[in-house]
Design a protein around this ligand. Structure first.
Ligand code: ATP
Length: 204
Protein backbone atom coordinates (compact mmCIF):
# COMPACT_ATOMS: atom_id res chain seq x y z
CA UNK A 1 0.00 0.00 0.00
CA UNK A 2 1.27 3.45 -0.93
CA UNK A 3 0.37 6.20 1.56
CA UNK A 4 0.15 9.71 0.12
CA UNK A 5 -0.05 12.73 2.39
CA UNK A 6 -0.93 15.86 0.45
CA UNK A 7 -0.69 19.42 1.69
CA UNK A 8 0.46 22.93 1.02
CA UNK A 9 3.07 22.51 3.77
CA UNK A 10 3.39 26.28 4.03
CA UNK A 11 5.41 25.55 6.09
CA UNK A 12 5.64 21.90 7.10
CA UNK A 13 5.32 21.50 10.90
CA UNK A 14 5.36 18.95 13.73
CA UNK A 15 1.63 18.28 13.33
CA UNK A 16 2.32 16.94 9.83
CA UNK A 17 5.19 14.78 11.08
CA UNK A 18 3.12 13.40 13.97
CA UNK A 19 0.23 12.59 11.68
CA UNK A 20 2.51 10.65 9.33
CA UNK A 21 4.30 8.78 12.13
CA UNK A 22 1.07 7.85 13.88
CA UNK A 23 -0.64 6.65 10.71
CA UNK A 24 2.43 4.68 9.64
CA UNK A 25 2.42 2.87 12.97
CA UNK A 26 -1.34 2.38 13.28
CA UNK A 27 -1.88 1.11 9.72
CA UNK A 28 1.47 -0.62 9.27
CA UNK A 29 2.71 1.33 6.24
CA UNK A 30 6.31 0.85 5.16
CA UNK A 31 6.59 4.53 4.34
CA UNK A 32 4.54 7.70 4.01
CA UNK A 33 4.97 10.00 1.01
CA UNK A 34 4.65 13.74 1.62
CA UNK A 35 3.16 15.40 -1.42
CA UNK A 36 3.61 19.18 -1.41
CA UNK A 37 1.20 20.92 -3.76
CA UNK A 38 2.40 23.18 -6.56
CA UNK A 39 -0.70 25.37 -6.63
CA UNK A 40 -3.22 24.56 -3.90
CA UNK A 41 -6.61 24.85 -5.47
CA UNK A 42 -8.63 25.90 -2.43
CA UNK A 43 -6.18 28.36 -0.93
CA UNK A 44 -4.48 31.63 -1.64
CA UNK A 45 -1.25 31.15 -3.55
CA UNK A 46 1.50 30.82 -0.94
CA UNK A 47 4.02 33.65 -0.88
CA UNK A 48 6.78 31.05 -0.48
CA UNK A 49 7.56 29.17 -3.70
CA UNK A 50 6.80 25.50 -4.24
CA UNK A 51 10.53 24.74 -4.51
CA UNK A 52 11.18 26.29 -1.10
CA UNK A 53 8.19 24.54 0.52
CA UNK A 54 9.52 21.31 -0.96
CA UNK A 55 12.98 22.00 0.46
CA UNK A 56 11.47 22.65 3.89
CA UNK A 57 9.73 19.26 3.69
CA UNK A 58 13.07 17.64 2.79
CA UNK A 59 14.70 19.26 5.82
CA UNK A 60 11.86 18.19 8.13
CA UNK A 61 11.91 14.58 6.91
CA UNK A 62 15.67 14.06 7.17
CA UNK A 63 15.52 12.33 10.59
CA UNK A 64 12.78 9.93 9.41
CA UNK A 65 13.89 7.52 6.67
CA UNK A 66 10.34 6.14 6.31
CA UNK A 67 8.83 9.55 5.62
CA UNK A 68 9.69 10.49 2.06
CA UNK A 69 9.12 13.32 -0.36
CA UNK A 70 7.01 12.80 -3.47
CA UNK A 71 7.41 15.85 -5.69
CA UNK A 72 5.03 14.78 -8.48
CA UNK A 73 2.61 17.70 -7.96
CA UNK A 74 5.45 20.22 -8.04
CA UNK A 75 7.05 18.54 -11.06
CA UNK A 76 3.68 18.59 -12.87
CA UNK A 77 3.16 22.34 -12.31
CA UNK A 78 -0.35 23.79 -12.71
CA UNK A 79 -3.17 23.42 -10.16
CA UNK A 80 -2.61 20.44 -7.86
CA UNK A 81 -5.85 18.49 -8.16
CA UNK A 82 -5.80 15.31 -6.07
CA UNK A 83 -7.68 13.45 -8.80
CA UNK A 84 -4.82 14.10 -11.26
CA UNK A 85 -2.24 12.93 -8.74
CA UNK A 86 -4.22 9.82 -7.93
CA UNK A 87 -4.62 9.02 -11.63
CA UNK A 88 -0.88 9.52 -12.19
CA UNK A 89 0.04 7.29 -9.25
CA UNK A 90 -2.41 4.51 -10.12
CA UNK A 91 -1.10 4.43 -13.68
CA UNK A 92 2.49 4.33 -12.44
CA UNK A 93 1.80 1.62 -9.83
CA UNK A 94 -1.23 -0.31 -11.14
CA UNK A 95 -0.74 -3.26 -8.76
CA UNK A 96 -0.57 -1.11 -5.65
CA UNK A 97 -3.38 0.08 -3.48
CA UNK A 98 -3.14 3.78 -2.64
CA UNK A 99 -4.20 5.44 0.57
CA UNK A 100 -4.74 9.20 0.82
CA UNK A 101 -4.07 10.75 4.24
CA UNK A 102 -5.62 13.96 5.50
CA UNK A 103 -6.72 15.87 8.56
CA UNK A 104 -10.32 16.43 9.61
CA UNK A 105 -10.52 19.95 8.13
CA UNK A 106 -9.47 18.69 4.70
CA UNK A 107 -11.95 15.83 4.90
CA UNK A 108 -14.79 18.21 5.75
CA UNK A 109 -14.12 20.07 2.50
CA UNK A 110 -13.85 16.92 0.38
CA UNK A 111 -17.12 17.45 -1.48
CA UNK A 112 -15.74 20.71 -2.90
CA UNK A 113 -12.69 18.97 -4.39
CA UNK A 114 -12.59 18.16 -8.11
CA UNK A 115 -14.28 14.78 -8.68
CA UNK A 116 -14.24 13.44 -5.10
CA UNK A 117 -16.16 10.30 -6.16
CA UNK A 118 -13.48 9.63 -8.76
CA UNK A 119 -10.78 9.97 -6.11
CA UNK A 120 -12.57 7.52 -3.80
CA UNK A 121 -12.94 5.05 -6.66
CA UNK A 122 -9.16 4.92 -6.87
CA UNK A 123 -7.95 5.21 -3.27
CA UNK A 124 -8.75 4.49 0.34
CA UNK A 125 -8.62 7.43 2.72
CA UNK A 126 -7.40 7.85 6.29
CA UNK A 127 -8.76 10.87 8.11
CA UNK A 128 -7.01 12.08 11.26
CA UNK A 129 -8.69 14.03 14.02
CA UNK A 130 -7.61 17.60 14.62
CA UNK A 131 -8.31 19.75 17.71
CA UNK A 132 -11.50 21.81 17.51
CA UNK A 133 -12.58 20.24 14.20
CA UNK A 134 -15.67 18.05 14.26
CA UNK A 135 -15.65 15.47 11.49
CA UNK A 136 -18.58 16.04 9.13
CA UNK A 137 -20.28 12.65 9.08
CA UNK A 138 -22.41 13.63 6.08
CA UNK A 139 -19.35 13.29 3.80
CA UNK A 140 -19.53 9.91 2.01
CA UNK A 141 -20.97 8.04 5.05
CA UNK A 142 -21.57 4.81 3.12
CA UNK A 143 -17.80 4.50 2.56
CA UNK A 144 -16.73 4.44 6.22
CA UNK A 145 -14.73 1.40 7.24
CA UNK A 146 -16.67 -0.79 9.64
CA UNK A 147 -15.15 -1.89 12.96
CA UNK A 148 -14.79 -5.50 11.80
CA UNK A 149 -13.11 -4.52 8.51
CA UNK A 150 -9.45 -3.91 7.71
CA UNK A 151 -8.33 -1.23 5.26
CA UNK A 152 -5.86 -3.64 3.69
CA UNK A 153 -8.79 -5.80 2.48
CA UNK A 154 -9.93 -3.00 0.17
CA UNK A 155 -8.11 -1.63 -2.87
CA UNK A 156 -10.12 1.60 -2.76
CA UNK A 157 -13.37 3.22 -1.70
CA UNK A 158 -13.01 2.93 2.08
CA UNK A 159 -12.56 5.78 4.56
CA UNK A 160 -10.89 5.02 7.91
CA UNK A 161 -10.58 7.41 10.83
CA UNK A 162 -7.60 7.74 13.11
CA UNK A 163 -7.83 9.38 16.53
CA UNK A 164 -4.63 11.39 16.75
CA UNK A 165 -2.80 12.55 19.86
CA UNK A 166 -4.15 16.11 19.73
CA UNK A 167 -1.67 18.40 18.03
CA UNK A 168 -2.39 22.10 17.74
CA UNK A 169 0.29 23.05 15.22
CA UNK A 170 -1.04 24.86 12.17
CA UNK A 171 0.72 26.52 9.24
CA UNK A 172 -1.58 29.54 9.47
CA UNK A 173 -0.63 30.13 13.12
CA UNK A 174 3.06 29.61 12.34
CA UNK A 175 2.97 32.15 9.49
CA UNK A 176 1.24 34.66 11.75
CA UNK A 177 3.73 34.09 14.57
CA UNK A 178 6.69 34.46 12.22
CA UNK A 179 5.27 37.64 10.74
CA UNK A 180 4.79 39.12 14.20
CA UNK A 181 8.25 37.85 15.21
CA UNK A 182 6.74 35.76 18.02
CA UNK A 183 8.14 32.40 19.13
CA UNK A 184 6.74 29.52 17.07
CA UNK A 185 6.05 27.38 20.12
CA UNK A 186 7.83 24.14 19.23
CA UNK A 187 5.88 23.53 16.05
CA UNK A 188 8.74 23.90 13.59
CA UNK A 189 11.48 21.28 13.25
CA UNK A 190 14.80 22.98 14.10
CA UNK A 191 16.37 22.82 10.59
CA UNK A 192 13.13 24.22 9.11
CA UNK A 193 13.12 27.10 11.59
CA UNK A 194 16.79 27.83 10.88
CA UNK A 195 16.25 27.85 7.11
CA UNK A 196 13.25 30.16 7.48
CA UNK A 197 15.18 32.56 9.70
CA UNK A 198 18.33 32.50 7.56
CA UNK A 199 16.33 33.29 4.43
CA UNK A 200 13.92 35.69 6.12
CA UNK A 201 10.84 33.81 4.91
CA UNK A 202 7.28 34.58 6.09
CA UNK A 203 8.26 38.05 7.24
CA UNK A 204 5.72 39.97 5.18
P1 ATP B 1 -3.34 25.85 7.48
O1 ATP B 1 -3.16 26.22 8.92
O2 ATP B 1 -2.85 26.92 6.54
O3 ATP B 1 -4.72 25.33 7.20
P2 ATP B 1 -2.23 23.24 7.83
O4 ATP B 1 -1.50 23.38 9.10
O5 ATP B 1 -3.57 22.59 7.84
O6 ATP B 1 -2.35 24.67 7.15
P3 ATP B 1 -1.68 21.87 5.38
O7 ATP B 1 -0.44 21.84 4.58
O8 ATP B 1 -2.86 22.50 4.81
O9 ATP B 1 -1.28 22.56 6.79
O10 ATP B 1 -2.03 20.42 5.92
C1 ATP B 1 -1.86 19.24 5.19
C2 ATP B 1 -2.74 18.19 5.80
O11 ATP B 1 -2.36 17.96 7.17
C3 ATP B 1 -4.22 18.59 5.86
O12 ATP B 1 -4.99 17.47 5.48
C4 ATP B 1 -4.45 18.96 7.32
O13 ATP B 1 -5.77 18.67 7.71
C5 ATP B 1 -3.47 18.06 8.03
N1 ATP B 1 -3.01 18.64 9.29
C6 ATP B 1 -2.21 19.72 9.43
N2 ATP B 1 -1.93 19.98 10.72
C7 ATP B 1 -2.58 19.03 11.45
C8 ATP B 1 -2.70 18.77 12.85
N3 ATP B 1 -2.10 19.56 13.75
N4 ATP B 1 -3.43 17.70 13.23
C9 ATP B 1 -4.05 16.91 12.31
N5 ATP B 1 -3.98 17.12 10.96
C10 ATP B 1 -3.26 18.15 10.53
Amino acid sequence: MIALFGGTFNPVHEGHISLALEVKEAFNFESIEFLPSYISVHRETPEVSAEIRKHLVELALQPYPDLILNSCEIDRHGPSYAIDTVQFMTQKFPQQSICWLMGADSFNSLLSWKNPQGILQKVNMIVCTRPDIKIDSSVFPSHYLNKNESLSDFKSGRIAFHEMQPNRCSSTDIRRQLKQQLSVSGCLPQPVLEFIQRNELYKT
